[in-house]
Design a protein around this ligand. Structure first.
Ligand code: LLP
Length: 417
């Protein structure tokens, strides 16, 4: 069954009418389906059945503790990019031994914390970082497991802000410098070299760039073994996209698996994947209520109570999210309008030129809001962060994040004058 569907013109999430959730918990409200999270996770494990990869869910996509706990229970590891995300993983009963630490700017404190927790691996992004990990590991008397993030210089054919595998991006070690970086890492006493890693970008709808990156990493792995460096794992990062528009199609995970699995088995490597969006993106919606329908000479605006602070993607990447009414009432005459929030910025829009049969006070559902929505939310315009609800597998609604209060927002500030 589809996660979100209409029954008697009412939008349901796993059988639960979402209008009821909006009334009970207020709006804006993120609603997620536990079943959809499970299905997306199993889609990976089923597609990659030969290699039994370690799936390390990218916490940045949606770090809610209940979501992390659910993935941990399915056997998932985690990809983190800060000490804060490691705290989240631990708080959700995730295993440090299945956690990898990515990111270009790890601090001394974060490295020390991750070493103490005995994480699986640091994905190292520069020579300077190798030196820093060596220094902290020496102080602690611990060996640090490391993998080098190599920038394969492959065009991921995605939005420039979320493309990471090109020469001009800040991420990873340049392909041409990779061998020397490994040889250097080998000279550092506290480092235990265990892998190689890449992440070429996000929202990839084609798998070919990933396969190309994989083939480039395999060439490097062969070259490294000629130099006596034998790796235990290959980490291909995340990046597989989701359809945001009903005309888009999912990337072909099976094709990706088929293209790379036999080489991995042959070389006796452990495969690691770091999916984020593809595990949570289409498992969630953002519910919002229409405050006003404002008609001007040039344009109509549907002003809702959610805004760019709840869902930054349209403003930041001109991203498209489908927006649908919670009650599908075709008797209301349709209106074409921009769906905008109350924030004082012209860039505060959630959708442009949408045609909807709606009236003031109606609820709307903004689709594909499971990934990079709540995790990128801010308090701009002193707007408290929205609540989050999870529909469990037995169709129960559970509040998994309370709505932030204005008191909490002001709590850390002092009036010193
Ligand atoms: N691994 C690393 C090292 C990453 O940097 C990322 C995402 C992932 C894994 C997960 O990628 P995914 O499977 O989700 O594509 N805020 C943007 C997306 C930024 C992605 C950043 N890195 C958006 O809303 O589209």
């Amino acid at each position: 069954m589809k996660t979100f569907n209409y029954k008697n013109q009412e939008l349901l999430c796993d059988g639960v009418p979402v209008a009821q959730l909006a009334q009970q918990y207020g709006t804006p409200l993120y609603v997620y389906s536990e079943q959809a999270l499970t299905d997306a996770y199993h889609h990976y494990s089923k597609s990659f059945k030969q290699t039994n990869p370690l799936i390390c869910y990218a916490v940045k996509a949606n770090g809610n503790l209940s979501i992390l706990k659910h993935f941990a229970a399915l056997g998932s590891g985690f990809d983190i990019v800060s000490g804060g995300e490691l705290e989240r993983v631990l708080a959700a009963n995730g295993k440090a031994q299945k956690t990898i630490f990515s990111g270009v700017g790890k601090t001394h404190e974060e490295i020390a914390f991750a070493l103490e927790q005995n994480i699986l691996c640091f994905n190292v992004e520069s020579i300077n970082e190798l030196d820093r990990i060596q220094q902290v590991a020496l102080q602690k008397g611990i060996k640090a497991p490391i993998s080098l993030r190599i920038n394969p210089d492959v065009d991921a054919q995605t939005h420039p802000y979320i493309s990471t595998g090109l020469k001009e991006n800040k991420f990873g070690i340049a392909y041409k410098d990779a061998l020397n970086a490994y040889l250097y890492a080998q000279t550092l006493s506290q480092l235990n070299i265990i892998g190689i890693d890449c992440h070429i970008g996000s929202q990839l709808l084609q798998v070919e760039p990933l396969i190309e990156a994989f083939n480039r990493l395999i060439l490097l792995i062969d070259k490294l073994s000629e130099h006596g460096i034998h790796l235990h794992h290959i980490d291909m990062g995340g990046g597989l996209g989701i359809p945001y528009h009903h005309q888009e199609t999912k990337p072909d995970i099976e094709k990706y698996a088929q293209a790379i699995e036999s080489t991995i088995t042959h070389k006796n490597l452990q495969l690691i994947l770091e999916p984020g969006r593809s595990l949570v993106g289409n498992a969630g919606i953002l519910l919002t209520q229409i405050e006003f329908i404002k008609k001007t000479e040039d344009k109509n605006f549907i002003i809702v109570d959610a805004a760019m602070n709840d869902l930054m993607r349209p403003s930041l990447y001109q991203a498209f999210h489908e927006i649908i009414p919670v009650i599908d009432n075709k008797e209301v005459p349709p209106i074409t309008a921009d769906i905008v929030g109350p924030i004082c910025e012209s860039g505060d829009f959630l959708g442009k030129d949408r045609t909807l049969s709606v009236q003031e006070q109606d609820y709307l559902a903004i689709k594909s809001a499971g990934a990079y929505a709540s995790s990128m939310a801010s308090n701009y315009n002193t707007r408290p962060k929205a609540a989050e609800v999870l529909i469990t597998k037995n169709n129960q609604a559970r509040l998994i994040r309370k709505r932030e209060t204005l008191f909490q927002l002001l709590e850390n500030e002092q009036t010193c004058l």
